[in-house]
Design a protein. Sequence first.
Length: 600
Amino acid sequence: MLGRIVVESCRPRTPSGGFPAKAVVGQSVNVSADVFRDGHDVLAAQVKWRFDADSEWCTVPMAMVGNDRWEATFVPAEAGSHHFVVEAWTDRAATLRRDIDALVTAGQDASVEYSELAALSDQPADVTAGPTMALWVDRLRALAGAWYEFFPRSEGGLVGSLSRLEAVAAMGFDVVYLPPIHPIGLTARKGPHNSLSTGPDDPGSPWAIGNAFGGHMAVEPSLGTIDDFDALVTAAEALGLEIALDYALQCSPDHPWVADHPEWFHRRTDGSIRFAENPPKRYEDIFPINFWPATQADREQLWEACAEILRFWIAHGIKIFRVDNPHTKPMAFWAWLIPLIHAENPEVVFLAEAFTRPKVMAKLAEVGFSQSYTYFTWRTSAAGLRSYVEEVTSTEKADFMRPNFWPNTPDILAEPLRNGPQSAFALRVVLAAMLVASYGIYSGYELGENQPQSETNEEYFDSEKFVVRRRDWSLYRDFPEDYPSIIGLITRLNAIRRAHPACAELSNVTFHHCGNDAVLAWSKRSFDGSDAVLVVVNLDPFSAQSDLLSLDLAALGLPWDRPFQAIDELSGSTFTWQGSTPYIRLDPAVSPAHIFSFDA
């Protein structure tokens, strides 16, 4: 019931309010709310919060930041379910002190007010509470990390992938994402270029899961055994890497589920099972699952089977899952599955491969996904990048949706990478790595692989989804002058990200004015103010560009009245700047960007 004090518009929250907002261990949670009442009495407010496993509430006072908006921060220390609530009350003591000061200043009698102030100790305050809000706290990897994707079959299977892990770790990545490693179907197996014409040595698509050797809880025999997989996970851990596994809920026609549970699939009127389509693409080798079968019992059995897949791989050391096409499954399924798994294993991270409509993408984040692929892949202009980054970092979406920027995937070779120069790959990876806290690349990106399937098809020519591609990585290591790559740039970017805490935060991006539309400049400053970086990127992969920047020095924590040192962490060069308008020039043949730290 509405009383004299109003507490509303509390954040962080999700759009519906029916699911938890998100935070991470060790980073500040900024709680805000509108708090006001009738009249002119002074208000006070606080945030009460707790980890649900604890019985006691913690309390943090709030401060008004303007226009009846109040804020406070707290730092959760454990992963799992939390709750918080904003409370407000009329601060009679503060109100009386204000009135006494005004009366005394005006030379008027304040004796009554003094007596009322002295009597306040016996008068408890009436507290008005806003709604109790849910907050899910993840470990840091759910927000920040550098991902690298490769196909184990192109590296000689699971055993052969061990050496690739070492190279990926040397580049400074945190997560190695593997496409499905399960048995691949034979029926309608796809050949090169997504063809239905296959030869005996064509490996098929890893996403056509299941054959006589098993389904989602088995390993493709040509890759190795479950023991080989366990050894790969152990080796990754020793190198400081985590393995992320693909969670693709679909089946080949040869999957054991097709024979054992025909009720779990979509049937045509002639009794046949409908294969997957995304016109004009056709996936004759894949049967989509019907997540809403006719009976409640069938649905419960299917959903529990899907949960058992996750439990199996979690038992084998997997705590990160990249989820294939989650938008083709019911929201109700994810709203059931993700909290179930999180209740058992709060450290598990779910990345949504959700290249879909904005509201669908956002809803998947709301119902529980830790991270999401985004539209960054297609944002290339300064205006488009700025607008999109502000959307995902500075609006209410940041309360529950975390972006993971990928300049390419096995499915997508987007502009300006299509037939693009190495400088295009360089500038795009700087953007991905430095704009948000999580980013990833698909293997071959560092080599500048740039041949599209066609002028109108975004996929790669001779896509690795259908063929084994053996790259001779030693050539790029041993003969860099003859085989140029951006391995060195990527390694340096990941080192910069690890050295600067500001890079592991999301809602701390400030864009700075550039007069040249081919130049984009932004900074990230840590919430405690102890760390800041300024990034300036030339968006033109062909020509040198220059500009006179207009920096927001306050956002960077820099002085306006004295010189300071700007250190380019890509080149190692140091510049002395004073004022907010430094001149920059970037030649893509030399470097796509400056990444500055400061000594003020």
